[in-house]
Ligand binder design. Structure first.
Ligand code: NAD
Length: 244
């Protein structure tokens, strides 16, 4: 489905990002993924993806660092050529009630989750413009749609991503570049492992279970593929009905 395409995925070594890398590679895409620090996990991921018969490489890069993103994207351009698919998946939480939230808790989350996506999109913008094709997929969250107590910073970043998605979609629609967001609900990853205990979360979800990273990857595959060519500026909830 994605044969001949190159995808860039941020935060690709674990959780949702890793599932997206695997799903894209299983569907024939070459994958350049960015990771924050775990070199060993990145090597394992490179090997696992390469074993699927595609080209794959991990790049250590903090997405909140504008210069590092620029440098990494130019390295990827040299090694992979033009990119067709970008998934902004890297994200962090620093959960606290607003009363106790420090400036750094707010800034760090905004920098990684929102600025990081902006830097990646800006870096690939000329590539997408020139080739008159591109699929940008931003991983937002239901917290960005309905808010969440204790996550003012995170929810603001994820709501911001939706605004970014729609503006980029409008800027690039005439160039056949689609920009969409996915809003996952509660997904079983490192990010939610402390929350997931006791199964109370599943009880709030109409479908009665947490999401799996593969549930999100399936939506990302759709948004990366031809089947979604007439969809842009959309937010797809993948949440078992949580935020309907
Ligand atoms: P995770 O913590 O398992 O993975 C996050 C990934 O982002 C990691 O690979 C991490 O190394 C990377 N990352 C973090 N900061 C980075 C930085 N500055 N530069 C580069 N990479 C960085 O979490 P996950 O659950 O897989 O989350 C993936 C995305 O999905 C995030 O954007 C998250 O906000 C979003 N999301 C998750 C859930 C959930 O329930 N797990 C729900 C809604 C949205």
């Amino acid at each position: 489905m994605l044969k001949g395409k190159t995808a860039v995925v941020t935060g690709g070594t674990r959780g949702i990002g890793a599932a997206i890398c695997r799903t894209f590679a299983q569907n024939g895409a070459d994958v350049a993924f960015l990771y924050a620090g775990n070199v060993e996990k990145a090597k394992e991921m490179e090997e696992a993806l390469t074993a699927l018969g595609v080209k794959a490489k991990g790049y250590r890069c903090d997405v909140a660092d504008s210069a590092a993103v620029k440098e990494t994207l130019s390295q990827i351009a040299k090694e992979f050529g033009p990119v067709q698919i970008l998934v902004n998946n890297a994200g962090v939480t620093r959960d606290k009630l607003v009363m106790g939230m420090k400036d750094a808790d707010f800034d760090d989350v905004l920098h990684t989750n929102l600025r990081g996506a902006f830097y990646m999109i800006r870096g690939l913008y000329p590539v997408f413009m020139k080739q008159k094709y591109g699929k940008i997929i931003n991983i937002s969250s239901v917290s960005g749609l309905i808010g969440n107590a204790g996550q003012a910073n995170y929810s603001a970043s994820k709501a911001g991503l939706i605004g970014l998605t729609k503006s980029v979609a409008r800027e690039l629609a005439s160039r056949h570049v689609c920009c969409n967001a996915i809003a996952p609900g509660f997904v079983e990853t490192d990010m939610t492992k402390d929350l997931a205990e006791g199964n109370q979360l599943a009880a709030q979800i109409p479908m009665g279970r947490m999401g799996k990273p593969e549930d999100i990857a399936a939506a990302a595959l759709f948004l990366a593929s031809e089947g979604s060519d007439y969809i842009t500026g959309e937010v797809i909830r993948v949440d078992g009905g949580l935020a309907m």
